[in-house]
Design a protein. Structure first.
Length: 262
């Protein structure tokens, strides 16, 4: 996603840099193909950039913002870069980032869709005082940039709601499969589901194909979605249970392996 966002903003920005410390060879290759220029770390990037786009695992979003704040702390505040947090985080996390960098320097973003290389695949939702400025940078890009308004957290709330159906609901099939296996009723369950046109193996295969080795990342997103629901005064158990299931699935010491089909 980082390479796609960087490539999308490049026509407007001219030069796009990225922080390569600790990143994989595959990530570096994607950045190279997108014609992005590597700098040593987040601090070096923050000192050079006019706009910082944060796209990282949800649990690391606040840490990245703290690194940026530390890197620019000795500069005049008017010279601080604009900061787009495009991570799948709770509105409360975005507001914590705004307290670090100032609400007038932070734009709340949410990507819904895959890394976009052509128009019509993904939408970049934006919120905050300067959301319009960021949207202008993505005009005619593969990402359809849409402004929700000036309230920080709106884009993240939208992403959390969307994630409930895209990640929390599919997680129920992990629990169904594991419960049936532990109870010794997997085959009768398959028979009953098939009477209603549901193939358990297909459901699990679809989840494996979409989550794959990203289950650990989905766990973090579900944690943030749970915080978003709690902040709204709604039950957060759906997301917290999904986070636990994805965490167990990705934990090599206690994997939750989707049962195989017959």
């Amino acid at each position: 996603m980082g390479a796609a966002l960087g490539a999308a903003v490049k026509p407007a920005a001219g030069v796009v840099i990225w922080a390569d410390r600790g990143r994989s060879t595959a990530t570096a290759k994607r950045a190279e193909l997108a014609d992005l220029i590597a700098v040593p770390d987040v601090g070096a990037l923050a000192q050079r950039a006019d706009l910082v786009v944060s796209i990282c695992p949800p649990h690391a979003a606040l840490d990245v913002a703290e690194q940026v704040a530390a890197a620019v702390a000795n500069r005049d505040r008017d010279d601080w870069p604009l900061y787009l947090d495009a991570n799948a985080v709770a509105p409360g996390t975005v507001r914590r980032i705004a307290r670090l960098l100032g609400p007038d320097h932070v734009v709340d973003g949410a990507v819904i869709g895959p890394p976009a290389w052509r128009r019509g695949q993904s939408v970049l939702w934006l919120a905050g005082q300067r959301a319009g400025e960021v949207a202008e940078l993505f005009v005619d890009s593969p990402f359809d940039a849409r402004v929700l308004g000036g309230e920080l957290g709106a884009a993240s709330a939208l992403k959390a709601c969307f994630a409930l159906q895209s990640k929390a609901l599919p997680a129920i099939w992990l629990q169904i499969a594991e419960a049936a296996e532990k109870a010794g009723v997997t085959e009768p369950l398959r028979d009953e589901l098939s009477r209603y046109g549901v193939d358990l193996s297909e459901r699990l295969a679809a989840l494996t194909a979409s989550a794959g080795n990203k289950a650990w990342r989905w766990a973090g997103e579900m944690d943030e979605a749970a915080d978003a629901m709690a902040e709204l005064g709604l039950p957060d158990g759906f997301s917290r249970a999904a986070a636990e299931l994805y965490r167990r699935w990705s934990d090599a010491s206690a994997p939750v392996e989707p049962p195989r089909g017959p």
